[in-house]
Design a protein around this ligand. Structure first.
Ligand code: COA
Length: 243
């Protein structure tokens, strides 16, 4: 059904395979993606009132199903992933963990053997509510870090994605207060981050920035030592006679 079914190499311990897709590239496959959604997903789709949101959900779920079917060698429509009490989808009968994120038309999906892993992508845009977001969600140490980078939209979104990838890896979402911990760059350039609770460094986590494209910031977090991150782009193949 999907000619672009990828064939990822088997996941190695310590490795994270990240897939990136531009949702607009996949627009003419909407009907096929809709056809692999479960009744529960179709119900959720029905609840979205805005057409763009419907499309985003269908495409991102479809891509997730396409990728998971490649890892698990099962039909996309037959895959079940329950959600944790905090809303994080997971696989019940596999050691593979996955997490997805979408923003500004870009889709990101991470797969690994880490038990706790999360990804986040954010479109960089001149957000007017930046001072309020910083005030509400960032710790004092992060505020201090950002104050030294005035006008630093890139620094703001880089920190946001690092922080949110950690929140998503923990799977707690808003139940974990984002002001209680800090994600701060490990060195001078924000390629990898350390987590601090107050001034105590939390050991055992790896958080890395991902280069996913101009105008976006992204990060991946995992509990354990990440040895390798493989980044691949997922593109539709053109179908003869198709649009
Ligand atoms: C769920 C949450 C983590 C996702 O945030 P988001 O940026 O709106 O959305 P993303 O596109 O990155 O991720 C959405 C996907 O994450 C997954 N997800 C849902 N709940 C999750 C959870 N508790 N943990 C990890 N992943 C989760 C789902 O697959 C979801 O996809 P779906 O909506 O298509 O089902 C968000 O509700 C949340 O609690 N965020 C914390 C926000 C915060 O404090 N931000 C301040 C700046 S750091």
């Amino acid at each position: 059904m999907f000619p672009e079914q990828p064939s990822p190499p088997p996941l190695a311990p310590g490795q994270i395979q990240v897939w990136v897709a531009n949702l607009s590239d996949w627009k003419n496959r909407l009907a096929e993606f809709r056809a692999v959604l479960t009744p529960l997903e179709l119900k959720r789709l029905d609840r979205y009132k805005i057409q763009e949101k419907k499309q985003e959900f269908t495409l991102s779920r479809g891509l997730l199903r396409l990728l998971l079917s490649a890892y698990l060698k099962r039909e996309p429509s037959k895959l079940e992933f329950p959600v944790s009490p905090d809303g994080k989808p997971y696989l019940q009968d596999s050691s593979i963990s996955f997490n997805i994120s979408h923003s500004g038309g870009l889709f990101l999906a991470g797969f690994s053997l880490f038990q706790n892993m999360g990804v986040d992508v954010q479109e960089v845009y001149p957000i007017t509510a930046r001072p309020q977001v910083i005030q509400s969600y960032f710790s004092d140490a992060e505020k201090e870090y950002l104050e030294k980078r005035p006008g630093g939209l890139d620094a703001f979104f880089s920190l946001w994605t690092a922080k949110e990838s950690y929140l998503k890896a923990r799977g707690k979402g808003f139940r974990l207060s984002s002001k209680d911990f800090s994600a701060l760059p490990e060195g001078t350039s924000p390629e990898s981050y350390m987590i601090y609770y107050r001034s105590e460094c939390v050991q055992g986590w790896s958080i890395a920035a991902l280069e996913v494209g101009v105008g976006y910031k992204a990060a991946v977090a995992a509990e354990g030592q990440v040895r390798e991150i493989q980044l691949s782009y997922l593109q539709p193949v053109s179908i003869p006679g198709g649009e």
